[in-house]
Design a protein around this ligand. Structure first.
Ligand code: DQA
Length: 150
């Protein structure tokens, strides 16, 4: 039996998520992006996972970060922000990673505007968590942990 532990999770945030704390708290809560990172780190530590973070407002940088992940991460938690709804470039780059991924949204995207209901990455992800605020990341991490242990 292999003793290799697969516990390296890349947590990727896309456009406008660095502005948490300034965005509508009724959708996104009151944590700043830095506070969210700290909270996710605590939850990951409790689950025995290690996390690395990446955030950008530039779609090409997000795509190139996905290109570089092979061998550096065992799973991905991603909240691409508005890119979720239309970026086929992110779909294709995520597909190339061949890594298990979970899509997370702080807000309940299915209860908001019609255009937020579609996700171009959903079919590539082993799970999707939406509308649970920062605690949604715990669920996403737990899903990946379960998947990686299987
Ligand atoms: C979001 C939902 C998206 O529709 C929106 O564009 C975001 C954040 C969320 O976390 O709820 O920027 O991904």
């Amino acid at each position: 039996m292999s003793s290799i532990t697969r516990n390296r999770i890349e947590v990727m945030h896309g456009v406008n998520l660095d502005q948490l704390g300034r965005r509508d708290p009724s959708h996104y809560g009151s944590l700043s992006y830095e506070e969210l990172e700290r909270y996710i780190t605590e939850m990951a530590t409790e689950l025995g996972l290690t996390v690395r973070f990446f955030q950008t407002n530039h779609e090409g940088d997000f795509v190139e970060h996905l290109h570089r992940l092979s061998g550096l991460a065992d799973g991905i938690v991603l909240n691409p922000g508005a890119w979720t709804h239309y970026s086929y470039a992110i779909h294709d780059a995520l597909e190339m990673t061949e890594l298990p991924a979970v899509e997370v949204h702080l807000s309940d995207v299915d209860a908001r505007e019609e255009w937020r209901r579609s996700s171009v990455i959903r079919e590539l992800c082993i799970g999707r968590v939406s509308g649970k605020g920062p605690d949604g990341y715990r669920e996403a991490l737990a899903l990946l942990k379960e998947h990686l242990a299987a």
